[in-house]
Design a protein around this ligand. Structure first.
Ligand SMILES: Nc1ncnc2c1ncn2[C@@H]1O[C@H](COP(=O)(O)OP(=O)(O)OP(=O)(O)O)[C@@H](O)[C@H]1O
Length: 343
């Protein structure tokens, strides 16, 4: 549904050329959700803006729904863009129009009959969960509600493709979840292909089928989410995965933590489960084999694309010799073990 072929984008500032994208190629199959993740300045916004030619690539091809957008006249491009919806981090609603009028805007421009507009907008507002808000103005809505209006507005023109430019970055975690689940729902129900850019691995984990990692204008890794989570090849992909598994040592453990073993102290271990870790009941196996008891201090286990991964802090009770054997056992199961200290 979306194909970028060898896209390069250069910006020129006086005599200086900045290469924002360098030979980027990606394919998003129909009905899929594809995420592009990268740090600030990596080229994400430029990439997504190239898909509807808000930025014209310096070279390369942009093919959406079988049409090579680079070859179209401006009139043809305007028509093709109607099938490419876009939502933004800061919603971009018209503040002088009500929720209803914002969603109706593109239909009015199209001279859609009034009755039809009434029905279509009501259906869309119902779809995004805003039945009660027809006559409210954007200023009186929460961030999540504003993004729902923006989604309804873009759906009004029956897009085949939805581009999401950091659509949840201005929202709190709970609202982010609800908007992501709305996007997933739209993707499934209306078979709309979604390309999103984000700097948060959680967004990718929650809704994407496929992911590409962008760094300094280049796609350095891409594949199915399960594949990238289970076998990340680049350091950057590993860092993004680790960032979605951030676990901190609780303060009272931190206060007791020392670097060296002592008779009255127990090891505090961090166990990291990746897609390569063996999916066995390891805590109870360690208890049985090595007479080691484990106290789980905190844990964050998750699934992405059918792969279990996560991180766990455990306090280990047992002899020093058995603790070392348990650590070896975990390592043999491809679980990454770090001795954080002794508590
Ligand atoms: N209009 C422009 N003129 C000159 N340079 C630009 C322009 N737009 C982007 N750039 C440069 O291109 C590079 C990529 O920028 P881009 O905004 O695409 O990154 P990003 O990954 O979206 O970053 P962020 O997450 O901070 O928005 C940066 O070095 C940026 O300074």
């Amino acid at each position: 549904m979306i194909e970028l072929r060898n896209i390069t984008k250069k910006f020129y500032q006086k005599t200086k050329a900045i290469t924002a994208l360098s030979d980027v190629s990606l394919t998003v199959p129909e009905g899929k959700i594809f995420g592009v993740i990268g740090a600030s300045g990596a080229g994400k916004s430029t990439l997504i803006r190239c898909v509807n030619l808000l930025e014209k690539p310096t070279s390369g091809e942009v093919i959406v729904a079988g049409q090579n957008l680079m070859n179209l006249s401006s009139k043809q491009l305007a028509k093709a863009r109607r099938h490419i919806g876009m939502i933004f981090q800061h919603f971009n609603l018209l503040s002088s129009r009500t929720v209803f009028e914002n969603v109706a805007f593109s239909l009015e421009l199209d001279h859609t009959p009034k009755q039809e507009i009434q029905k279509r907008v009501s259906d869309l507002l119902s779809l995004v969960g805003l039945d009660e808000k027809h006559h409210d103005y954007p200023v009186n809505l929460s961030g999540g509600q504003k993004q729902r209006v923006a989604i309804a507005r873009t759906l009004a023109s029956n897009p085949k493709v939805l581009l999401c430019d950091e659509a949840t970055s201005a929202l709190d975690p709970a609202t982010t979840k609800s908007i992501l689940s709305l996007l997933k729902d739209i993707n499934k129900r209306l078979n709309i292909t979604i390309l999103l850019i984000t700097h948060e691995m959680d967004v990718v984990k929650d809704i994407c089928d496929e992911v590409a990692v962008i760094s300094e204008g280049k796609l350095i890794e891409q594949g199915a989410v399960s594949e990238v989570f289970s076998h990340p090849k680049t350091t950057l992909a590993k860092e993004f995965i680790a960032s979605s598994l951030n676990l901190e040592i609780p303060i009272d453990y931190m206060e007791r933590l020392v670097a060296e073993p002592a008779t009255d102290k127990r090891p505090l271990l961090k166990l990291e489960f990746t897609g390569q870790s063996v999916d066995d009941p390891v805590l109870s196996e360690v208890a049985r084999h090595f007479q080691i008891d484990s106290n789980v201090i905190s844990a964050r286990m998750d699934y992405a694309g059918g792969v279990k991964f996560g991180v766990m802090l455990i306090e280990v009770f047992g002899t020093q010799e058995n603790s070392l054997r348990a650590i070896e056992f975990y390592k043999n199961k491809n679980i990454k073990v770090e001795v954080l200290g002794y508590v």
